[in-house]
Design a protein around this ligand. Structure first.
Ligand code: ATP
Ligand code: MG
Length: 409
């Protein structure tokens, strides 16, 4: 794939797909985000082709083709890279601001572009003619950095309320400004976002959160009242979130940290409810809650840092450090605690933080004549506590000696 910002440079695979469709008598154009990204000199996430051919015809033309979104007329052609080929559409009736109930195919690229969300996304590139099809002034809006609804923003958001979140997401990803009438329509229709499935909301929110312009995105959500519809628990401050590294769980923790008052346990409860409502997966939820809960630690000494690392697990330390660094930066505090955390991580690589990392195990205790039973577990636990305080104790002799002392106490 090329990195030049010349729109003529599209991958071989994409031009091949267009050629093939054309030689079978169909129109075929590159559309949507890929055209926008090429005009901006960005590397597209995916390549979309729009065609007059019906999905069955597309399936028949390519050996390796998968009907990935047949309901919406999409066939993915595997041509070295996946190319999403979608039949020209005009959308059918929208059901209450959700997805259209049925799609109607069309023979016109202009109609297909008219149903798209924003002018910057409503562009098509004809690779054969070397011509841009731009009925809504998308190229000018891209040059000016503007997110503008295609047609009347009000109507477009009433058709599909998710577009309001997409506007904020594109502003954050592309560093664009939302045009004023589009923004006004977001404010007026913010309440409609509640009709959108939480999974769709979550996916757009995720994109917004890891974008370089996360602050701008969150601010437009807040200014339009969308944020209080989605996450009423979050009030105002985006400084910590915007200062965190662009990893989803850390950004989510930065956003949700102040939720539910200052006590870490309350914060974790509040954050837990938000994550559940938006149907985040268990792994993400667990990670975010750990970060929120442990994000407020005070570490007077290295022993406490070791205990903290033992609690969260070594693999969580970089995320926790990123969150702390952001918090410290915002509050203007020096980041001794981040240093302590990273030092603790470095030291802990050859230190035991879990019972399994002790140099002796339950069998060793049994071999010493300690009778089997719950006491074995209790002794191991006590040994780990001792080692967390003083890592030098983690030798066979010293642990066995210590075990004997605990046993006779
Ligand atoms: P990216 O791939 O970077 O997320 P994109 O613009 O390609 O950006 P997609 O979600 O892949 O976004 O959608 C592809 C195209 O489909 C968009 O460019 C837009 O033209 C159209 N589109 C997607 N979602 C909607 C929607 N909810 N309403 C109208 N058009 C949409
Ligand atoms: Mg795309």
């Amino acid at each position: 794939m090329t990195h030049s910002d010349d729109i003529h440079d599209i991958p071989e695979a994409v031009s091949h797909v267009c050629d093939r469709l054309r030689s079978a008598g169909h129109r075929a154009l590159v559309v949507g985000g890929s055209v926008r990204d090429r005009l901006m000199g960005r590397r597209p996430n995916d390549w979309d082709v729009a065609t007059g051919a019906r999905p069955e015809e597309v399936m028949a033309l390519f050996e390796r083709a998968v009907p990935t979104g047949i309901k919406y007329g999409t066939v993915t052609v595997l041509a070295g890279i996946p190319v999403e080929v979608t039949t020209f559409r005009r959308d059918g009736d929208y059901l209450d601001g959700r997805r259209p109930e049925n799609v109607e195919y069309s023979n016109s690229i202009e109609e297909d572009l008219a149903r798209r969300d924003f002018t910057a996304n409503a562009l098509a590139w004809d690779p054969e003619a070397g011509r841009l099809i731009d009925p809504f002034g998308g190229e000018a809006d891209i040059r000016a950095g503007i997110v503008r609804a295609v047609g009347r923003a009000q109507e477009r958001f009433r058709e599909d309320a998710l577009r309001m979140l997409r506007a904020a997401r594109f502003a954050a990803e592309l560093d664009f400004t939302v045009e004023s009438q589009t923004l006004a329509a977001m404010s007026q229709n913010a309440g409609l976002i509640r009709k959108v499935a939480p999974e769709r909301i979550r996916e757009e929110l995720n994109r917004l959160l890891v974008a370089p312009g996360v602050r701008r995105g969150l601010e437009s959500l807040a200014a339009t009242g969308l944020l209080s519809q989605i996450i009423p628990e979050v009030v105002g401050a985006f400084d910590i979130c915007a200062a965190t590294p662009p990893e989803l769980p850390v950004r989510l923790a930065g956003l949700l940290m102040p939720v539910g008052g200052t006590a870490p346990e309350n914060a974790a409860n509040g954050a837990g409810q938000v994550l559940e409502r938006l149907k985040y997966d268990r792994k993400t939820t667990r990670t975010v809650l750990t970060l929120v809960r442990e994000g407020e630690w005070e570490a007077p000494d290295q022993k406490e840092v070791r205990r903290l690392i033992a609690r969260v697990g070594r693999e969580m330390v970089p995320s926790l450090a990123g969150l702390r660094q952001a918090r410290n930066q915002v509050s203007g505090k020096p980041d001794h605690d981040v240093e302590a955390l990273l030092l603790g991580l470095r030291d802990s690589s050859n230190q035991a933080l879990t019972e399994t990392e002790l140099v002796i195990d339950g069998q060793d205790l049994l071999d010493q004549g300690i009778p089997p039973g719950p006491r074995v577990g209790r002794i191991l636990k006590a040994l780990l506590e001792a080692v967390l305080d003083d890592p030098a104790l983690n030798t066979r002799d010293r642990l066995l000696e210590l075990a004997k002392r605990i046993e006779t106490n």
